[in-house]
Design a protein around this ligand. Structure first.
Ligand code: ADP
Ligand code: CA
Length: 500
């Protein structure tokens, strides 16, 4: 007792001070960790939205994109959450009834109204981009194309979104934004990785876009698009071939076969046994074929399939012009194209057709692919219909042509070889988003890809919190050890056995 008293007399404040220090220390550490965690916790995941309507030549599709509200400019964060296929044909088919073009978009727009949260409606940008169908209508009849846009704009403005306009994309934009989409979704832009080329096959036009070390934009500058994205410069080669989408190419090929105006056109690109009566007037309507019109044509012709791949390939080749090139190298029709540099992603109709034909595997040698298509084209039409009762007849009748056209366009047109064919991947989606120009178009218009790489914290949030917690625990242990090291100075425990 006397020693204890002696201690207390030496350090009269020792015990309460130690307790207070310990409590304050623990509170401080807990507070430190709590504040750090709360302060840096990502804000509640709130999303923003964007809507793009792809008004293609054959149909219109609506896409809804979503991204975390506080991270507008981080890569790979924008995702497609929904798509809606508009019923009926593309808007360019409504030239004689423009109001119906606007009306046709209603169902998909109402769906979007339900899917985008109400409080985000007013800030959600809504774009409509039209491609080759409207390009052709604009060439053929610009006042009709204006009326279609007027009707479509009026219809879209009735919805509560932030309408940003409807316009025709240039072929360059269509090609370049398809390339942006593919490389954005693959996370190649932010990381500065080698990029993937983009091959888009539509109904009325087709695009090829890629970065080549041999191309600086000086030769044929109209094929050059430059981007600075996330601190990297890209010099993109892009070209859009109007009329070389698969529907217009089919028309051109058939028009070429029927140029003498016969009563029956024997078509190697259609299955044996296929036969249909068609109007010459339809075959020659539109700017892609109007100049091929025969002098004195009959009103109708019988379209009869022959199912011969090699002859079909020859017929398809006849719509390409390989005879002139004023540049160092060309693809076709005198269009400059630098040396191909892969890999490539081929989407839209490239995918639909090759997927139907079970030919998306490009590790299969090109010769084997051709053999397989040869057999497919030679299969009688009634067998084809029996094998695929659920496929739309128009598509089904055309897959032999479409497959042949794709292989011809890639090899003869763009100069892919048996070797470089395997650099192509036929793709529909990347992650959850469709490959196509729409996402790249929206990213560009909303400035969601910065020119410079945004500064990002050196550690991810989880790593930061973990390190902070470990340091706090270490400090706490150190503190306890420090207190324990003072133990010899502590007053003796008052509950010592009493010596009576
Ligand atoms: N399931 C399918 N099978 C075959 N072709 C298809 C399928 N779905 C869409 N397509 C074709 O894909 C093409 C899409 O082109 P589209 O985007 O409308 O035209 P463009 O891009 O030239 O304006 C059309 O030729 C259409 O017929
Ligand atoms: Ca398209």
């Amino acid at each position: 007792m006397s020693a204890q008293r002696e201690m207390k007399e030496k350090n009269p404040w020792q015990t309460p001070v130690m307790i207070i220090i310990t409590v304050i220390g623990v509170i401080a550490i807990v507070a430190l960790v709590t504040v750090a965690v709360l302060q840096n916790r990502p804000l509640l995941q709130k999303y923003k939205y964007g809507i793009v309507l792809d008004a293609g030549s054959s149909h219109t599709a609506l896409y809804i994109y979503e991204w975390p509200a506080e991270k507008d400019n981080n890569t790979g964060r924008v995702e497609q959450t929904h798509s809606c296929k508009v019923k009926g044909p593309g808007i360019s088919s409504y030239a004689s009834a423009p109001l119906e073009a606007g009306e046709s978009l209603r169902a998909c727009m109402q769906e979007a109204e339900k899917l985008v949260p109400g409080k985000r409606h007013h800030e959600t940008p809504l774009y409509l981009g039209a491609t080759a169908g409207m390009r052709l209508l604009n060439i053929e009849n610009s006042s009709a194309s204006d009326k279609v846009f007027q009707a479509v704009g009026d219809a879209l403005q009735k919805f509560p979104f932030s309408y940003q306009g409807a316009r025709i994309l240039s072929g360059q934009e269509e090609g370049a934004f398809g390339w942006v989409t593919v490389n954005y979704l693959d996370d190649r832009l932010k990381q500065g990785l080698e990029t993937t080329g983009a091959l888009d096959l539509g109904g009325a036009s087709t695009q090829i876009s890629f970065v080549s070390n041999n191309y600086d934009g000086s030769e044929s500058p109209r094929n050059s698009v430059t981007f600075r994205l996330y601190g990297n410069d890209y010099n993109l080669y892009t070209h859009s071939f109007l009329c070389y989408g698969k529907d217009q190419a089919l028309k051109m090929t058939l028009a070429q076969m029927a140029k003498e105006g016969p009563a029956t056109v024997f078509d190697p690109c259609f299955h044996p046994g296929y036969t249909a009566t068609k109007n010459y007037s339809i075959l020659y309507d539109g700017p892609c074929v109007s100049d091929r019109k025969p002098q004195a044509a009959l009103a109708t012709f019988t379209h009869t399939g022959k199912g011969n791949f090699l002859q079909c390939q020859e017929a398809v080749k006849s719509v390409f012009n390989f005879t002139y090139c004023k540049y160092s190298r060309c693809s076709f029709n005198g269009v400059f194209q630098p040396l191909l540099q892969g890999p490539f992603g081929a989407f839209s109709a490239y995918y639909f057709v090759m997927n139907f034909l079970n030919l998306t595997d490009t590790s299969i040698p090109l010769e084997t692919v051709k053999d397989s298509l040869k057999r497919y084209c030679a299969t009688p039409w009634n067998q084809i219909m029996l094998l695929h009762p659920d496929v739309k007849l128009k598509y089904l009748a055309e897959y032999c042509f479409s497959g042949t056209y794709i292989l011809t366009l890639l090899t003869e047109g763009y100069n892919f070889t048996s070797k470089s064919y395997s650099d192509i991947k036929f793709i529909k989606k990347i992650k959850s988003s469709d490959a196509g120009w729409t996402l790249g178009y929206m990213l560009n218009l909303t400035n969601m890809i910065p020119a410079e790489n945004p500064d990002s914290p050196p550690l991810p949030h989880v790593g930061y919190v973990s390190i902070l917690s470990v340091i706090a625990v270490l400090l706490f242990i150190l503190f306890i050890l420090f207190i324990l090291s003072l133990r010899p100075l502590w007053p003796r425990c008052s509950k010592q056995p009493q010596i009576v």
